[in-house]
Design a protein. Sequence first.
Length: 142
Amino acid sequence: MLAEKGHVVARNGRTAMLGLPRHLLGLEAATTVFEAALLGVSSGADVPRPVADLTGQADADLPAGTLLLAQGHHHTITNVSARMTPPAGLNDEAPIPYYLVSGRKLKRDVRAGQPILCGDVDLDTQCELYLLRKAQDAVTGW
């Protein structure tokens, strides 16, 4: 699978180099299924607790009305980069999780170098990803 995605893989196919840690995201689902199906064990923690959020930061001044859209193989958003930040519950002053911003428009200007906050974005509060995050926040007590 990794060779098909263009990763550097050893000739024997047993080892691959992952140059970008986010590429591990594509492996989680497969390894979870394999562990459950082949070993009969869970790959998760007994009591999972988020330790970081992947959030968006403006790399250039972004005016209100800007459509932020993740595109391409690397899910890049023009003039936005990702940052690992301490986890926080969704609220207007919290940095927005990166994938919640995709496909949404800014409600207010965001200056270069600033985190994009939940209150900056016209969020779709009925989308499945938002609802899952709110459920996670409720479990963690945020």
